[in-house]
Every structure is written in structure tokens, then in C-alpha cells.
Design a binder for this molecule. Structure first.
Ligand code: MN
Ligand code: MN
Length: 294
């Protein structure tokens, strides 16, 4: 695997993630029928949605990922406190969107300094899984660091076995893709998750695309494995509605890692908030460089 290929797939994953967030946010919480009635097929980054976004604006998924990535880069190492502090700063920046479980966890840390809460049944949302890509990019050759760091950052807000398992699985699939492994390796990773927790089985696909981590992962895996291009994967995913910015982001992460940054449609890259795009390109290069020193 050449360094250029790694960077191409890693940038594809991170920019693909942000494109999926910006694309999906328009139809977040809509049903497939509502989307069809309003947009036909939703396939352009036009903003709007329940958050009233500018075209190209991203949401908490991308912002929290950038917070994780910046903590790694600024510390040139893993510092869980720095990750949590960045979450607090982000919370206090009055973001357009923040999930309830994330808010509760960040406020607990802010008020008590505790880096994780007790296990809770209602922590099985997708909020920890959605922000883990920077950990993947900084640990491409260190699976040991990947697992520990992923679980630590997750537990700041989510302390639930299904969230943990999904976060590790999607991260490992991205790692396989960036490291040039084939789809069999990715399928095996998915099968391993389903062997562990049968509820993640996604064939036949139920059509549920909510923020519950099981629904999210089923949707992302279903469309990732049943489409054959970056664009078709993202369009199919977000038109499923539900937590469409997050399913779009995670599908974009996988598809971007598979197909590479060149396959992201130009019209989406052009529309994406350019400040965010610059930050993502910088973080991608810096996280990989840091990872090589591990
Ligand atoms: Mn979001
Ligand atoms: Mn969402």
C-alpha cells in the first residue's frame, strides 16, 4: 500500500463522512415517503432540514469528529481529558445540533470531571460511533491503541455494549479499507459483530434508520454492501430518512474509504463548507503522520 493510496482513502473517508452529514441533514427525521414527495430523490447538498442549515453546513457528527481529531493532533498523543475538554468547548459554542445523550455526558464531565457515566440502557444511540473516525486514522497500524482509545472516547457520553461493539466494528472496517483489504475482510468484520450481537443482522434489511445504534448500523451496512459507487451508496442511504445525517456520514465514511476521494462527486465537494473541508484535509494528513510515529 503506497502512502498516496492511504491518504487518498483516508481523505475519502473523512470528506465522505462530512458530505454524508451535510447531504443527510436536509432529510433528517423524515420518512422515505416524505422525502420522495418533497424531493423525488434527494441527491444534492442544499441545506435546510429541521435545523435550517446553510447548504454545505455540517452538524454535530462532523463537529464532534473534528473535536476528537484536534485533541489527538494538539497533544501528539492520546489524552482523553483533552478530548472531553474539546467536547465541552464545542457544547459551549452553541452548536446547531446536539443529541441528548451527548449533552448529558458532556455536562456530567464538565460538572464532575468524570470521564464516563454508569452503564445505561438508553445510551445505545449512535452518538459515540459517529465521531470515531479520527481515532481510526491515527491508529492505522495499532489495533491495540484503536480499541482502547475508541472505547474511552465513546464512554464519555455512551456506556453501552451495543454502542461499543458497533464503534469497534465500523472502525475496523474502515481500517481494512484504507489498508487495501478486500470486501471479504469487511464482510467478515460485519459477520463477527452479528455473531456477537444478533440484533445487528441486516439481511433482510428492515428499513429502520433511526439513531438507535442497531438501526443505524443495519442501514449503513446494508447500503454499503449493496451499492457499487460512492454516490449511489450515499444517495440510497440518506433517502432512507430517519437519522439521515448520521447514517449518511457513516456510509460516506465507509464508501469514501473504499472508493477514495476521487470518487466523491465534485458537486458535493464544492458545496461542502470550505472551512470544514480544509480542516478535514489537514487533520487527515496530520492524524496519519502522527499514527506512523506510534
Ligand atoms: Mn447530526
Ligand atoms: Mn443525526
Amino acid at each position: 500500500m503506497s502512502a498516496g493510496q492511504v491518504l487518498d482513502r483516508a481523505s475519502g473517508a473523512y470528506l465522505g463522512f462530512a458530505c454524508g452529514d451535510a447531504l443527510g441533514a436536509t432529510v433528517e427525521f423524515m420518512t422515505p415517503k416524505q422525502i420522495q414527495k418533497r424531493y423525488g430523490v434527494h441527491q444534492d447538498i442544499i441545506g435546510g432540514g429541521w435545523l435550517g442549515l446553510e447548504a454545505g453546513q455540517v452538524t454535530d457528527d462532523t463537529q464532534m469528529s473534528l473535536a476528537v481529531g484536534q485533541a489527538i493532533i494538539d497533544n501528539q498523543g492520546w489524552n482523553i481529558q483533552a478530548v472531553a475538554d474539546n467536547f465541552v468547548a464545542w457544547l459551549e459554542s452553541d452548536p446547531p445540533d446536539i443529541g441528548n445523550t451527548c449533552r448529558r455526558g458532556i455536562m456530567r464531565y464538565r460538572d464532575s470531571g468524570e470521564l464516563f457515566g454508569p452503564p445505561r440502557d438508553d445510551d445505545a444511540g449512535n452518538g459515540a460511533c459517529m465521531r470515531n473516525l479520527p481515532v481510526v486514522l491515527s491508529t492505522l497500524n495499532r489495533p491495540d491503541c484503536f480499541s482502547v482509545w475508541s472505547l474511552q472516547q465513546s464512554r464519555i457520553t455512551h456506556n453501552h455494549p451495543l454502542s461499543n461493539a458497533a464503534t469497534l466494528t465500523l472502525g475496523r472496517i474502515v481500517n481494512h479499507l484504507i489498508n487495501g483489504q478486500d470486501m471479504d475482510a469487511c464482510q467478515q468484520e460485519a459477520e463477527r459483530l452479528i455473531g456477537q450481537y444478533g440484533e445487528f443482522a441486516y439481511r433482510p434489511y428492515s428499513g429502520k434508520a433511526s439513531g438507535y445504534i442497531v438501526d443505524t448500523v443495519q442501514t449503513v451496512l446494508h447500503y454499503f454492501f449493496s451499492t457499487d459507487s460512492f454516490e449511489s451508496c450515499l444517495v440510497a442511504t440518506v433517502n432512507q430518512g430517519g437519522d439521515a445525517d448520521t447514517t449518511g456520514a457513516l456510509a460516506g465514511m465507509l464508501a469514501g474509504a473504499k472508493y477514495g476521494v476521487q470518487q466523491i462527486p465534485e458537486r458535493w465537494l464544492r458545496q461542502l463548507d470550505q472551512q470544514i473541508a480544509v480542516q478535514i484535509r489537514q487533520q487527515t494528513a496530520e492524524l496519519i503522520r502522527f499514527g506512523e510515529s506510534l
